[in-house]
Design a protein around this ligand. Structure first.
Ligand code: ADP
Ligand code: 5GP
Length: 187
């Protein structure tokens, strides 16, 4: 397998990762999204095999046993997310630059595996209060889930310095501009 370039985007849930990843994918032709596997259930607008490979908890654990993941994390209690080796092979065989949307631990770990080939980017919310508001407005999570995501976000922000680039997503247009500039410089 020939190793190509990797762009990793990590951020607390609700910081704007999906919005910013979709923007990058539209702007850069040769960039393709790494579709992760997850044991969480799909949201109404999500498509299996496009947004995620949705697996049952049992199926996910079987793949862990068979060493099918290059990295995986139990991001929330009993909710697993991971990058399949087969997904990397699929995209690198097509000569694609791969864009990853990973939790902070996963992002730091994958960067360590391919240090020279990877640009790791942390998307920072302007504040925890604004992050909470954005999650409420998105209406995709229950109050309880939002609370657990906010608690996790506070810890994740402490790791932002471990990334190559930090982009604050305050004004969306500015964040897009800064992100695109960093990625184009790297590739
Ligand atoms: P993530 O993928 O990190 O969970 P999303 O991209 O889904 O985050 O963004 C969370 C919510 O915040 C979405 O409803 C999105 O439209 C909104 N959002 C993203 N960036 C901004 C911004 N700069 N200003 C205001 N709202 C934003
Ligand atoms: P969501 O449920 O909001 O789609 O994602 C929750 C969290 O899981 C996000 O922080 C996202 O970046 C992370 N995530 C998604 N896919 C992967 C993956 O393959 N590996 C890791 N480590 N985290 C992932």
């Amino acid at each position: 397998m020939i190793v190509g370039k990797l762009i990793i985007i990590s951020a607390p849930s609700g910081s704007g990762k999906t919005t910013l990843c979709n923007f990058l994918l539209k702007k850069i032709n040769n960039l393709n999204f790494s579709i992760s596997a997850t044991s969480r259930s799909s949201r109404p607008n999500e498509i299996d095999g496009k947004d995620y490979y949705f697996l049952s908890l049992m199926e996910f654990k079987k793949k862990i046993e068979k060493n099918e993941f290059i990295e995986y994390e139990e991001v929330y209690e009993n909710v697993f997310y991971g990058t399949l080796n087969s997904e990397l092979k699929r995209l690198w065989d097509l000569n694609k630059i791969i864009l990853f949307d990973l939790d902070v631990k996963g992002g730091i770990n994958l960067k360590k595996m391919f240090p020279e080939k990877t640009l790791s980017i942390f998307i920072k919310p302007p504040s925890i209060k604004i992050l909470e508001k954005r999650l409420e407005l998105r209406e995709s999570e229950s109050k309880k889930t939002i609370k657990s995501r906010i608690n996790k976000a506070k810890k994740e922000i402490l790791f932002s310095e471990k990334f190559d680039v930090i982009i604050t997503n305050d004004n969306l247009e500015n964040a897009k501009k800064n992100l695109l500039r960093s990625v184009l410089n790297f590739i």
